[in-house]
Design a protein around this ligand. Structure first.
Ligand SMILES: *Cc1c(COP(=O)(O)O)cnc(C)c1O
Length: 367
């Protein structure tokens, strides 16, 4: 929620429901702005300091330490900040973990998981253990069998586009790999249960241009192919995420967001708020027949809420009402249609109240 001042200095409120890049805490925007002019009273901009200076080392150290503390990661798990967005992890993971004659298991729950599987096929065998494509990815498949001997099982914890979220994991000894781009740090889970976690920063962690990667050390060094240095997790671990020039500003924004989350009371506190926001929106949707949530109830995402209306004219009308009321980023993904409201950590409850208020007014008028 931001206050925008127009030329007459009359402010209006913007509610940012963007799916990514998306809303970050106001305090983070303020500090990040300040750092461009004068970083930590150094007289220098964050954009002009060397990445191997003590000034920036302190940023990386705090980002890693805070991430470790928030997620309660054990010493076996390394934390990396890497380039290339989540899409680079789609191929960096199989490159590091999968030999050509080996098989990895993938759960196909949406467009991001589909892309991840496609990239993995470049490096080895991929077995799609289950897919919800038959119903437009509106649910999470549950009863599937993982192939014995699979090198890892890849899943997407939250399907940003389709609005589903995994609320349970298969019971397996196969190493777990998860794309958590759109729900990392939003709910309490056992992060140590995963062997590799990755997340593009631009949804819940910070600015676009960097990835958070968490990897268990004993998973690495087992493929026979040669790896380019920049693709090799072990070299990044050794270099402390400073193998080459990192996206300095993006890492700094991550550090600020992680610091903010810690100040809010960490993941348990933000989960409580996230639960409240999601409950308010879903309860409103369920109570107003004009709106129809698309996802199976037990698989609903608390981060990305997807809904439609059965009348396309009404959809257009509601969309323009949202626009008039300062709601940004509410239009659904092009392949899904309808609406998608993203409720990431930094979105205040007041924004959800504003949206649900508008929905009720709209439904009353159409009743
Ligand atoms: C946004 C998103 C991606 C893509 O991230 P990029 O940083 O653009 O590569 C991948 N997976 C999920 C679940 C996402 O939400």
């Amino acid at each position: 929620m931001h206050l925008i001042f127009n030329k007459l200095n009359i402010h209006s409120v913007v509610h940012n429901f963007n799916s990514g890049p998306s809303i970050l805490p106001k305090e983070v925007f303020e500090q990040a702005s300040q750092s461009i002019l004068n970083f930590n009273n150094s007289g220098l901009s964050i954009l002009e300091i060397g990445h191997r200076t003590p000034l920036f080392q302190a940023v990386v150290d705090e980002a890693i330490a805070t991430a470790r503390e928030l997620m309660q990661l054990d010493a076996e798990h390394e934390i990396l900040f890497l380039h290339g967005g989540a899409s680079t992890q789609f191929f960096q993971i199989p490159m590091n973990l999968l030999n050509e004659n080996e098989t990895a298991a993938y759960l196909d729950c949406g467009i991001w998981g589909t892309k991840a599987a496609k990239e993995a096929k470049v490096f080895g065998n991929v077995e799609i253990v289950a897919s919800s494509k038959d119903k437009n990815y509106t649910y999470i498949p549950k009863d599937y069998v993982l192939p014995a001997g699979a090198k890892y099982f890849h899943c997407t914890s939250n399907n940003t586009v389709e609005g589903t979220q995994m609320h349970a994991l298969p019971d397996t000894d196969i190493p777990l790999v998860a794309d958590m781009s759109s729900d990392i740090l939003s709910r309490v889970i056992d992060f140590n249960r995963y062997d590799l976690i990755y997340a593009g920063a631009q949804k819940n962690i910070g600015a676009a241009g960097v990835n958070l990667v968490i990897v268990k050390k004993d998973l690495l060094g087992k493929v026979s192919r040669k790896l380019p240095s920049m693709m090799d997790y072990r070299q990044h671990i050794e270099a402390g995420s400073l193998l080459n020039t990192p996206p300095v500003f993006a890492v700094y924004v991550c550090m600020l967001t992680l610091r903010w989350l810690k100040q809010q009371g960490g993941i348990p506190a933000i989960e409580k708020l996230n639960d409240e926001k999601a409950a308010l929106l879903y309860d409103t949707l369920d109570s107003l027949p004009v709106f129809r949530p698309t996802v199976a109830k037990e698989d609903r995402s608390k981060m990305n809420v997807v809904f439609v209306m059965d009348n396309p004219d009404l959809e257009k009308e509601f969309l323009s009402l949202c626009k008039d009321n300062g709601m940004v980023g509410i239009k659904g993904y092009r392949t899904v249609g309808g609406f998608r409201a993203s409720l990431y950590n930094a979105l205040p409850l007041a924004s959800v109240r504003a949206l649900t208020g508008l929905m009720k007014d709209f439904a009353n008028k159409k009743a």
